[in-house]
Ligand binder design. Structure first.
Ligand SMILES: NC(=O)c1ccc[n+]([C@@H]2O[C@H](COP(=O)([O-])OP(=O)(O)OC[C@H]3O[C@@H](n4cnc5c(N)ncnc54)[C@H](O)[C@@H]3O)[C@@H](O)[C@H]2O)c1
Length: 378
């Protein structure tokens, strides 16, 4: 707990941030709040003077009320306020995003807490980040609504990608064509293998559970979760189709294991169900990821882990790009081709184009573009 300094008589108390994990609870998809409540009890025991307890963890609506109740019960004498301050930073860009947020949301029900909050965030506010003051419950819902909306954009463009493949359109041009409309915006419109990571899957599930508890149907979020689950499984069929439907005995080189670049996080990464399904279909999987391999080894032991993209391609019947790491954006395809048994690239992130890859003598399959018929004849 930090002291606020600067006055003639420094006030006791201060501010405590709760930023502990809120993973999906096993079985029902509710957010597991045990870490938050443990932290609340620990904070209660240490309270001394007016203290603002700021919850940064992503927590369901009503959690602030429960934290308040736990502290009041543990320390009836305490002078404190509980504020909801959801965090919107992106994993892999945490410091930059924390310092330059689009907005700061403060769910505080009393003025004393708002004043302390404003004082803490003054440097960011001066940096032009607007502070949006709301009720505590509203702030809690804002976080889930934001993540659910972004997840919806991804699921939406992924379904458009499936349709584009069938009708002979290019989903990247579709994304650009709609994204240039300011009402829509271009972000989160990159078709790919489905969203993963530590936030979108768990937060959409938790939002759905909250809605069930209040008997409010959230059909859109239900569809987003279902479409994303189906998509992750469908990626293996897409790879298999690129091989003409026969994977038994084939060696597949997978580039990228983390759910996105610039993190070592493989929680709910699309690479996991993809690899498992490819192995079930009889393929031998080799893999390389710049930082995610240590975590992956614990979950996917039967993979040949390699020390670079080129060694990964050694003897492979095809390469699959799963994560768009910077170092996969300018691969030397002459070298790749020399090392591979068959020059086939399945690009689940649309880093490359079929024209470019054909010039390198590769068979190329991307996302949301018509699959070339020669790939299916392999
Ligand atoms: N990762 C992100 O990009 C991101 C973005 C926005 C919001 N969030 C939210 O922030 C929260 C934390 O996410 P994370 O990815 O950092 O989780 P994490 O699991 O990586 O880290 C949580 C940390 O809390 C620590 N912890 C647990 N109980 C504690 C206690 N009583 N006292 C002190 N420390 C304790 C754990 O040891 C762990 O280091 C989650 O609610 C998440 O939804 C995360």
């Amino acid at each position: 707990m930090g002291d606020r300094r600067g006055g003639a008589r420094p006030p006791r108390g201060g501010v405590v941030f709760i930023a502990v994990g809120t993973p999906s609870r096993r079985g029902d998809g509710h957010a597991d709040l045990s870490y938050v409540y443990t932290a609340a009890r620990e904070i209660a025991a240490a309270l001394d003077g007016f203290t603002v307890i700021i919850t940064k963890s992503t927590v369901p609506v009503g959690t602030g009320d429960e934290v308040d109740r736990i502290i009041r019960e543990t320390r009836p004498d305490a002078d404190f306020a509980v504020v909801s301050n959801p965090e919107f930073l992106r994993e892999g860009a945490a410091i930059q995003d924390f310092k330059h947020p689009d907005r700061i949301v403060a769910g505080a029900d009393e003025d004393r807490a708002r004043n302390v909050f404003a004082e803490i965030y003054r440097p960011l506010y001066l940096n032009k980040a607007p502070i949006l003051y709301t009720s505590r419950r509203t702030a809690e819902l804002i976080k889930y609504a934001a993540n659910a909306f972004l997840a919806t954009k991804i699921a939406f463009i992924n379904e458009m990608a499936d349709l584009a493949e069938e009708v002979g359109a290019d989903v990247q041009d579709v994304a650009r064509g709609i994204g240039l409309d300011n009402r829509i915006g271009s972000k989160f419109l990159h078709a790919g293998p489905g969203f993963g990571g530590s936030c979108f899957p768990k937060d959409t599930r938790a939002l759905l559970q909250t809605a069930h508890d209040y008997e409010v149907p959230l059909r859109i979020i239900e569809a987003v979760i279902a479409a994303n689950d189906i998509r992750k499984r469908a990626m293996a069929r897409k790879v298999s189709a690129a091989f003409g439907g026969a994977l038994r005995g084939k060696t597949i080189a997978l580039l990228g294991l983390t759910f996105k670049p610039n993190t070592d996080d493989i929680r709910e990464a699309p690479s996991i169900p993809l690899i498992t399904a490819l192995q079930d279909m009889g393929a031998l999987v080799r893999a390389f990821d710049p930082v995610g391999m240590e975590h992956a080894k614990a979950i996917l032991p039967d993979v040949v882990y390699c020390d670079g993209p080129y060694s990964c391609a050694d003897g492979a019947d095809g390469v699959v790009i799963v994560t768009e790491w910077e170092q996969f954006r300018a691969l030397d395809f002459n070298l790749m081709k020399q090392r591979m048994a068959c020059p086939l690239l399945v690009d689940l992130r649309n880093i490359y184009s079929s024209d470019e890859m054909e010039r390198h003598g590769f068979l190329y399959v991307g996302i949301g573009r018509k699959v070339p018929s020669h790939a299916l004849r392999l």
